[in-house]
Design a protein around this ligand. Structure first.
Ligand code: 4NP
Length: 152
């Protein structure tokens, strides 16, 4: 079984959506995948995902309302096979707290393979619904590519 941790800043917009999409695609493909999400910041610990993320995923049949925000911790680096960051600031913060010789591969979700770059997943928190729609589409593209290649 492979374990993936999706990480953004607040763990209420992007990484809960990434978790829901990865779980959905893994189920469709019959993959043995366990997914969690977390944030580099603690502002929203214990909260439901943002209502706009819940809504946009519900529109494609994915329910993320069982998720609650948590902050990334040092144990995560030996618990998960992959820790995937939504943007380069998340990645920098993760690298700062990553213990030496830990198990997880810590990478950008959108460009974890050489030569392929689906870009950073921009923070949609301060924008409108269009940003959440774009986030959802980008996460589907990245998640499909990730699952097609992460098992290599
Ligand atoms: P997320 O979005 O990192 O995708 O969950 C954000 C949520 C909240 C804040 C920033 C980004 N915030 O500053 O409260």
């Amino acid at each position: 079984m492979m374990k993936v941790l999706a990480v953004c800043l607040g763990n209420i917009c992007r990484s809960p959506a990434a978790q829901g999409i990865l779980e959905h695609l893994a189920r469709e493909k019959g993959l043995d995948l366990q997914v969690e999400s977390s944030g580099t910041a603690a502002y929203h610990v214990g909260k439901l995902p943002d209502a706009r993320s819940i809504k946009i995923l519900k529109s494609v049949g994915i329910d993320i309302t069982q998720q609650r925000a948590r902050q990334v911790c040092v144990e995560d680096f030996n618990e998960f096979d992959w820790i995937v960051a939504m943007d380069s600031e998340n990645l920098t913060n993760l690298k700062h707290i990553q213990p030496l010789n830990s198990k997880a591969k810590v990478v950008m979700f959108g460009r974890y393979r050489n030569g392929i770059d689906f870009g950073e997943v921009d923070d949609p928190y301060y924008g409108g619904d269009l940003g959440f729609e774009a986030m959802k589409d980008q996460l589907f593209t990245i998640a499909e590519d990730f699952l097609a290649n992460a098992y290599e």
